[in-house]
Design a protein around this ligand. Structure first.
Ligand code: GLN
Length: 453
């Protein structure tokens, strides 16, 4: 098959479905067809091709790419055109994959339903009255609706795994330090990681082969060898020890979610794995500590948006201070403002020890919980999200929305890899399970996810 035909087909699919789903905030049809032509020419000349040659890939709108728009779906960056490629973008291009556009997201990746985007609401392809999850909702819905084969998302507290669960796709958040964040618009720098959404576990492994590894532009990426992740996909999980933490079976848990995890335990046992009871005692503090640490970092990261250097600038202002205040007031959405206020509050003199420092201590304890558990088990099995996709008209309070990530946040706090893999379809909606690995144990969770799938 020709790359141009693949790209023409995918845009055909997008044109047929996009008006209902709204996965994308920008598309680059001509550029993609041009890229495809170049790939076909390479083939004709017998030149070597990259690992993802001709594969249509979409990026979350918070990833900068040269000469293309990127706004984190915030009015404050509306119209911003990238002046360089993020490292993941560079690696995707080098693999000969073809970038088809940018996907919708919660503004600055703050949210769990993609409704805080300044542009539009993305619909869940399984039920157009439901949310795709968030914050990487457009990346999840694009894969689910076959508008792209691979999409990239970012995950600070669950933003890849929860939408993957809601949309019935695979979604992987790598170990902190596995994938470069250079060119990812920062939300909470100590928690953010980029990872793939795919239909199959194998595609996730292929994508990880391409995007992982060290980078001169991000010193938090660790110089750990990148294995061929497809080599882990043997289908054999005999003898694997899978921990199930008792703290993740919470009261009020939705029956569909509990069922998905219990059925998965049985399935893994039938495949020869061993289920081990474990405890992660500090889980209950995860959401609270996260909503101190993540806003604190966000308030600092978002200080750069001042209406001067990029994006939206207020039209009538008196003096420079007024310019900052008006540009930021007009440019940032409500949820972003809420985070900035929380963040500056917890970092302010007099409150720092009571909030920020304490949250850092909790984070350490959560990390130690996992370290202890991993002395006994190879991977950990949990629910991904507390429910299946909820309705778009379901008016959740900020706190209810924050609780969407109870099962995913601890994984970011500990910097571990986590994957959500589709488990069941209950009442016509997909439900995922989460598998968590040791640091740089992406291979283990891919192996188990592949055997499970
Ligand atoms: N829903 C969480 C938040 O709003 C996590 C978002 C994310 O992972 N980017 O902060």
């Amino acid at each position: 098959i020709k790359a141009v035909d693949v790209i023409a087909d995918i845009f055909d699919r997008i044109e047929k479905t996009e008006s209902k789903i709204d996965s994308f905030v920008s598309l680059r049809k001509e550029g993609a067809l041009e890229d495809a032509k170049n790939i076909d020419e390479k083939v004709a000349k017998g030149e070597a091709l990259g690992a993802l040659a001709g594969v249509p890939v979409a990026l979350k709108d918070n990833m900068v790419s040269y000469n293309e728009p990127s706004s984190s779906c915030s009015k404050i960056l509306d119209g911003y055109i990238g002046v360089y490629d993020a490292t993941v973008v560079k690696k995707i291009k080098e693999s000969d994959a073809i970038i088809i556009g940018k996907t919708n997201m919660d503004q600055f990746a703050m949210g769990s339903s993609t409704v805080t985007s300044c542009y539009k609401k993305t619909k869940n392809p399984w039920d157009l009255e439901r949310v795709p999850g968030g914050s990487s909702g457009g990346s999840a819905s694009a894969v689910a609706a076959q508008q792209a084969i691979i999409t990239l998302g970012s995950d600070t507290g669950g933003s890849i795994r929860q939408p993957a669960s809601f949309c019935g796709t695979v979604g992987l958040k790598p170990t902190y330090g596995r994938v470069s964040r250079y060119g990812l618009m920062a939300f909470a720098s100590s928690l953010d990681q980029i990872g793939p959404f795919t239909k199959t576990v194998k595609d996730a492994a292929l994508c990880m082969n391409v995007i992982s590894g060290s980078d001169d532009y991000d010193s938090t990426v660790q110089d750990v060898e990148v294995p061929d992740y497809t080599k882990f996909l043997t289908g054999d999980v005999r003898g694997m020890k899978i921990g199930v933490p008792k703290e993740y079976f919470v009261e009020g848990m939705k029956p569909e979610v509990e069922k998905a995890v219990r059925d998965a335990m049985v399935k893994f046992q039938e495949m020869g794995a061993e289920i081990v009871d474990i405890s992660l005692p500090h889980t209950k503090y995860g959401v609270s500590a996260y909503y101190i640490i993540a806003p604190a970092e966000a308030s600092s990261n978002l200080a750069r948006f001042d209406g001067v250097r990029y994006g939206h600038r207020s039209e009538n202002y008196k003096g420079v201070e007024d310019l900052y205040v008006k540009s930021r007031s007009e440019g940032f959405g409500d949820e972003v403002k809420r985070r900035i206020m929380m963040g500056t509050y917890v970092l302010s003199a007099g409150f720092y020890d009571a909030y920020y420092k304490k949250a850092q201590k909790v984070r350490r304890l959560m990390k130690e919980d996992f370290e202890k558990a991993f002395e006994k088990v190879d991977i950990i099995l949990t629910p991904t999200a507390p429910s299946a996709a909820f309705r778009l008209d379901d008016e959740k309070t900020p706190l209810e929305m924050y609780l969407e990530d109870v099962f995913t946040i601890p994984v970011n706090m500990a910097g571990l890899p986590g994957i959500s893999v589709p488990a069941e379809i209950v009442n016509d909606l997909p439900v995922g399970i989460q598998l968590v690995g040791k640091p740089f144990g992406e291979g283990d969770i891919l192996k188990a996810a592949d055997a499970f799938e």
